[in-house]
Design a protein around this ligand. Sequence first.
Ligand SMILES: C[S@@+](CC[C@H](N)C(=O)[O-])C[C@H]1O[C@@H](n2cnc3c(N)ncnc32)[C@H](O)[C@@H]1O
Length: 439
Amino acid sequence: MKPARPQRPNRASRRPRLAPEQAGLPARRAALRLLDAVLRRGLALEAALDQAAAGLDKREDRALAHAIAAEALRRLADLDAAIDSATRQRLPDDAKARFVLRIALVQALAMNIAPHAAIATALPLVDGGPRRLVHGVFGTLMRGEARLPEAPQLPPAVADRWRGQWGDHVVDAAQRAISAPPPIDLTLARAEETEDWEKRLHGESLLPGHVRLPAGTPVPATEGFAEGAWWVQDIAASLPARLGGGGSGHALDLCAAPGGKTLQLAASGWDVTAVDISESRLARLRENLERTGLGAQIVAADLLEWEPDAAADLVLLDAPCSATGIFRRHPDVLHRVRPAIIAEAAQLQAKLFDRAARWVRPGGLLVYATCSMEREEGEDQLAGFLDRHGDFAVDPVLPDELPDGVYAAPGGWLRTLPDMLADEGGLDGFFMVRLMRTA
Ligand SMILES: C[S@@+](CC[C@H](N)C(=O)[O-])C[C@H]1O[C@@H](n2cnc3c(N)ncnc32)[C@H](O)[C@@H]1O
């Protein structure tokens, strides 16, 4: 009998085995690239993700990179305070060592990752930089049993800006709002099925046509998603289209993509024309219409140039904005939105608001909304608009249009802030107003 040939290892087992910390390294490197894209280049976290995660083979690595970067952004002020407490000379804000320490510390202090794994996957990121310093600062903080506060601090510039506009209680509420992931709100295609879906999904409804699910619910796997019975939409984001009422006429949905409000308008009976400048976002709007079986005419155009053929019964302008109102899900806005960005957005909003006004028929409605916490993009826009357009009047938002605990301002517009619905899981910061064309 011939002696058995030693077996050739198959391809997979010939690959060198990676030590666990090396296996986790690509995701951490991507997290570092993401943090750099937001903090140094001012990009939105989601916009930077594809490039930062290019080369990651596994979906879990991409999700981990995103989770580390998002958590670091949520807790940046506290991570930096911890780092500063353990260094004799303050590390510059853009020092590589500070970036790497943020990545290591957020994992160990906020993400339940074992400190040895957090530092082992962080040190190679320092490349030629001060490894010993990073190791030393991390070790000092771990030995000192460093902790992060339960409610993260807002970056000082944001805290000052919001305190000046809304007061201390809103800053405190905003800090509490980012201490835990927000719940997931659904808008139902058929409001009359609210009780049914509330039971089937074990959710909680705060308004007809709305169901709230716990944070982290896996959306595509949840009953009703594939057949388009509902879509994900923060309850505050669902209010502007509700202000249009159930309709039987023609509605223009301006700045429509990815289409949460288009779906609502179509579902409540409007014949909708949805306009947006972004082809890629409109592709998502098309997918959403397909999934829900709802219909709308879609126009890809710059609203600073486009004109409709005829005036509409309802015009909804969900204007592009700083998006500071969605800081719970997009903590990057806390760091990259500066006063100049807000001022630039406000200029565009005023132009779009004026154009939208021309396309409302006499007696028709105009709803203006922004997902911003800034008066410049809300209350100030309305004041400027009313000065320029004597033929429009505020049509006040009524209590029965809103969930309990959310109130319109005395002037009839609605400003949602993080102290509203705080015990039920909160809501995004929005400004919205309904105007009627009187002449
Ligand atoms: C707040 S988002 C809209 C969200 C959308 N209404 C929804 O409910 O899903 C703002 C939108 O304005 C669009 N936009 C920005 N500038 C525009 C312009 N000049 N003309 C048309 N759309 C524009 C952006 O592409 C973006 O999709």
